[in-house]
Design a protein around this ligand. Sequence first.
Ligand SMILES: Cc1ncc(COP(=O)(O)O)c(C=O)c1O
Length: 440
Amino acid sequence: MDFDRRRFVLGSGAVVGSATVGTTMGSVVTAPAAQAAGTAMPLVDRAGRPDWKAVRNEFRLDPSWTHLAAFLLTSHPRTVRRSIDRYRDLMDENPCWIWENHEAETARVRASLAGYIGGRPGDIALTPNTTVGIGLVYNSLRIRPGQELFITEHDHPVHQCTVRLVAKKYGAVVREGKLYDDPAQATEAQAVERLRSAIGPRTRTVGVTWVHSSTGVKLPIPAIADVVAQANRGRAEDDRCVLIVDGLHGFGIEDADAARLGGDFFISGTHKWLFGPRGTGFVWGRADAWQQLSPVISSTFPKHDLDSVTTPADVSPGAYFAFEHTFSVPAAVEFHQQLGRAGIQNRIHGLSRQFKEEVAKIPGVTLRTPLDAAMSSGMTCFEVAGVEHAAVVERLAERRIRASVAAYRVHYPRVGTGIVNFPEEIDRTVAAIRDIARGR
Ligand SMILES: Cc1ncc(COP(=O)(O)O)c(C=O)c1O
C-alpha cells in the first residue's frame, strides 16, 4: 500500500503539521486537539514496518500517563472516532437512513471480522460485548437436566456466573476445575491432561479462556480442542461436549486465526486489544455448532418458522442499538490490518518479555505469568512481597502509571503491554516496582 492510499484509508486525505506537546518517556506524543484537527501520519514505513510513535499519535490517551491498563476499555483511535462521527451524523440528519442500510452495513461488519479471524461472515453473530456473547451461547444451547457444565477457576466471573445461572435454569451440574496450580509454571501438557480427566460422559460444555486476565496464562486452545474432539467420538449430537472459548485477551494480540483455533464458539469483545468501538463484540461459531442453539432473544428480522435451522443472524440480538459503534468495527479491523497481525504480536510480546525479564530480577517481586511466549500474551501478573495488591496499583498510579487488579478470587497486580506503549515506559514501570518493593 503506498502512502497516499494509506492516508486516505486513515480518513484524512491531508497531512497537516502536528502540534507536539509532550513526550511519553522520550516518545513524541501529539496533543489531543491536534489529533482532532485531523493530523494523520503514515502508520507503516515503505517496508511495511509499523511506526509505533505514529500509531500512538492516533490515540487521545493522556500523554502524562503510562497506560498499562488500556486493555480494560479501549481508547478509540482516530480512524474509529471518525467512522463513529460519520455514522452518527448520517443518522442525526436522517434516522431512517438505517432502514435502507442496516442489512448492507451489518454484512460489512461481519465480512470485516471474518477476514480478520479467518472465518466466514455467515458464521458470526454481533453482540455489544463478550458478556452478552457468552450469555447468548450458553442460554441458547440445548442443555438437559443432569448434564455437566465444566468451567475453570481461571475464567472471568461473568463466564462463571453465566454457567451457574444456566445450570440453575436447566437443572444441570457445574463442575469447576483448575488447569494449573502455579500460573508461572503452567504448561500445555498439564493443562491438557487436567482437562482430559475433567471431561466425563455427561459433560455438555467446556468453557475456557484463551488468555486468563487473572494470571496472564495463555491456554493452548488447539490442544484443548483435540481433547474435546476425542471426548466427542461416538457421542450423539445432543450429548456433544461443546467447547466455548472466551477469546477476549488474545484477540487483537495473537497472530492466529481465531476461527481456526478449534473451538465450537469463539467469543470476544472488540473493545479491548483491537481498539474497536466501545460496546462492540461478536460470537463466531462453527457452522454445525450453531445448530446446537435455539435463540433466546429476538433478532432484528425474526423468522416466522422458529423450527428452521439456526443461523448466527437469528442469535444476534435485535433491533436498534448503537449503530454508529457497531458499524465502525471495520475501521478498527482495518487499523490493525494496516499494522499487520504479525507486527502487532511481535510488538506486544516483545514489550511483555521485556517487562517479565526485568521485573523477575527484582528482590521481593514474584512473576505470576509464564515467561514462555507460548503460554503467555500481552498481560503480565506479579506480586510484591509485603505489599497489598491494590496498594501496588495505587503506588504506581501515584507515579502516573496505570496498572490494574482484576476482580477474581485469585488475582494479582497486572500490566497489559499494548501497541500504545514503548520500551521506555516498561523501563520506567520496572523502576517504579523496584522502588515499591524497597518500601520507597
Ligand atoms: C477474560 C474476560 N472475559 C470477559 C470479560 C468481560 O468483557 P466485556 O466487557 O467485553 O463483556 C472480561 C473483562 O475484562 C475479561 O477479562
